[in-house]
Design a protein around this ligand. Structure first.
Ligand code: BV8
Length: 260
C-alpha cells in the first residue's frame, strides 16, 4: 500500500491493527506534551528542576507537605489550562473503532492529568491515579472543591473533618498501584493482538512491563515516540514521531484500510 509522505507507519502495523480483535495501549507523559503538559524526563521536564525522590514519594510529602502540595497544585493549574490534543482524541476514536466491531480495547495510562478521560476514552485505567482528586492521609476522606481551592493557596492543606494532611490521589514511588489496576492491564496486554506503547520512557515499573508482557504473549508491539525508549529494541516496531502528529495519521490509514 502506498504510504503518504510523513506517514511513519508500516503496512504491517496498519493491517494488524485494522484486523485486531483485541487492542491494548500504554501511554506516558509524552502523549500530553503537545497539550502543553511538561513530561518528566525531557530537557524541559518536571524533574529537571526537582528529582522524583524529592517530590513523588510519601517521605518527601511528610517532610515538606507545602512543597509537595505546591508542586501538585502547580501541575493541576497547568492541566486545568490545557486541552486534550489530537493524540488523545485519536486514541478515543481508535477505542470506538475497536469496540464498534465488538473487539476489546484497553488504554492504561501512567498520566495523572485526566486528559484521556476528557478526550472521551472510556476503557481507561489510570495506573498512577489522578491529580484531579485529593484525600486526607488520616481519615481518607476525599477533599471537596473548597478544600482543593485551599490547596491552591499554598498553605499546607488539612482535612476539615480530622485535621489530617490532604494529599493528591496519585501513586508515589514505593506505593502500590490501585487495587487490581495492574492485574487488569496485564491481562489486557497478554490477550492483545496489537499493543501500542505511546509517549513513555518505559523506566518506571510495573507499568513499563506491560509492552513486554504483550510481546511475550505474542502481540505485535509498536512504540510511538520521537526517541527510542529503553525497551524499544525488544519490540516489533518503533514509530518515530510525536503522538499528536502521527496518531491522527494512523487513524486515517485505518479508516482507508477499512473502507477499501
Ligand atoms: C511499586 C505518579 C510495588 C505521580 C509516577 C525501590 C523501592 C520501591 C520501589 C522501587 C524500587 N526500585 C524500583 C522500584 C519500582 C519503582 C520504579 O519503577 N522506580 C524506577 C524509577 C526505577 N516503581 C514504584 O515504586 C511503583 N510502585 O513498584 O510498588 C513496591 C512497593 C514497595 C517496594 C517495592 C515495590 C510506583 C511507581 C509510580 C510512580 N509515580 N507518577 C506523579 O505523576 O507525580 S511515575 C511517573 O514517571 C509517571 O507516572 C510514569 O510512570 C513515569 C515515567 O514517566 P513517563 O510517563 O514515561 O514520562 P517521561 O518524561 O519519563 O518520558 C516521556 C516520554 O515521552 C519520553 O520517552 C519522550 O521521548 C516521549 N515524548 C516526548 N514528547 C512526545 C513524546 N512521545 C510522543 N509524543 C510526544 N510529543
Amino acid at each position: 500500500m502506498h504510504q503518504p509522505i510523513g506517514d511513519p507507519f508500516s503496512d504491517a502495523l496498519v493491517e494488524r491493527l485494522a484486523q485486531a480483535r483485541r487492542v491494548a495501549v500504554l501511554t506516558g507523559a509524552g502523549i500530553s506534551a503537545e497539550s502543553g503538559v511538561p513530561t518528566f524526563r525531557d530537557p524541559d521536564g518536571l524533574w529537571q528542576q526537582f528529582r522524583p525522590e524529592e517530590l513523588a514519594n510519601v517521605e518527601a510529602f511528610l517532610r515538606n507537605p507545602v512543597l509537595v502540595q505546591g508542586w501538585y497544585a502547580h501541575r493541576r493549574a497547568v492541566v486545568d489550562g490545557v486541552e486534550p490534543n489530537p493524540g488523545h482524541r485519536a486514541l478515543a476514536e481508535l477505542e470506538q473503532m475497536v469496540v464498534k466491531k465488538r473487539g476489546a480495547f484497553l488504554l492504561a495510562t501512567q498520566n495523572v492529568d485526566g486528559l484521556h478521560a476528557r478526550a472521551g476514552s472510556e476503557h481507561l485505567i489510570e495506573l498512577h491515579g489522578t491529580l484531579t482528586r485529593s484525600y486526607c492521609i488520616a481519615c481518607e476522606r476525599e477533599a471537596n472543591e473548597t478544600e482543593l481551592a485551599a490547596l491552591e493557596s499554598g498553605d499546607a492543606a488539612h482535612c476539615p473533618a480530622c485535621a489530617g494532611l490532604l494529599r493528591p490521589d496519585v501513586v508515589w514511588f514505593g506505593e502500590m498501584l490501585p487495587e487490581g489496576a495492574m492485574e487488569h492491564a496485564a491481562e489486557a496486554a497478554a490477550a492483545s493482538d496489537v499493543f501500542l506503547s505511546i509517549g513513555t520512557s518505559a523506566v518506571v515499573y510495573p507499568a513499563a512491563g506491560l509492552p513486554l508482557i504483550a510481546k511475550q504473549a505474542g502481540a505485535y508491539v509498536a512504540e510511538i515516540n520521537p526517541q527510542r525508549s529503553d525497551i524499544a529494541f525488544r519490540l516489533d516496531e518503533h514509530v518515530r514521531g510525536k503522538a499528536g502528529v502521527v496518531l491522527p495519521v494512523l487513524l486515517e490509514r485505518l479508516r482507508a484500510f477499512t473502507a477499501a
